[in-house]
Design a protein. Structure first.
Length: 88
C-alpha cells in the first residue's frame, strides 16, 4: 500500500483588543476601525484563539510518499463547504 501525506489548511477565529479614547461615538467608531486594521496586520499572538470550530477547510496538498521522496499528487483541493460565507 502507498503512503500519502495530506496537508490541511483551515481558519480559526481569533480575538484581540485595544483601548482607544474618543470624544464622540462617531470618532470612537472611526478610531476602532483604524485600530482593528493595525491589530489584524500584527504578527503578534492574539489574546485568544477559538479552537472549538475550525472553518473553511482546504486540502493544501496531497503528496505520494515513496522511498523517502514526496511526489505531488494534487494541490488546493476544496472538500468543505464555506461555513464563513454560507448562505442563510
Amino acid at each position: 500500500m502507498t503512503g500519502y501525506l495530506v496537508k490541511v489548511g483551515f481558519w480559526l477565529r481569533a480575538y484581540d483588543s485595544v483601548t482607544i479614547e474618543a470624544g464622540t461615538a462617531g470618532e470612537a467608531i472611526d478610531k476602532a476601525k483604524a485600530a482593528a486594521r493595525i491589530l489584524m496586520q500584527s504578527r503578534a499572538c492574539p489574546e485568544a484563539i477559538d479552537t472549538d470550530e475550525r472553518r473553511q477547510g482546504l486540502i493544501a496538498y496531497i503528496d505520494r510518499v515513496a522511498s523517502g521522496c514526496h511526489e505531488p499528487l494534487i494541490e488546493d483541493l476544496a472538500f468543505d463547504d464555506d461555513r464563513l460565507q454560507a448562505a442563510s
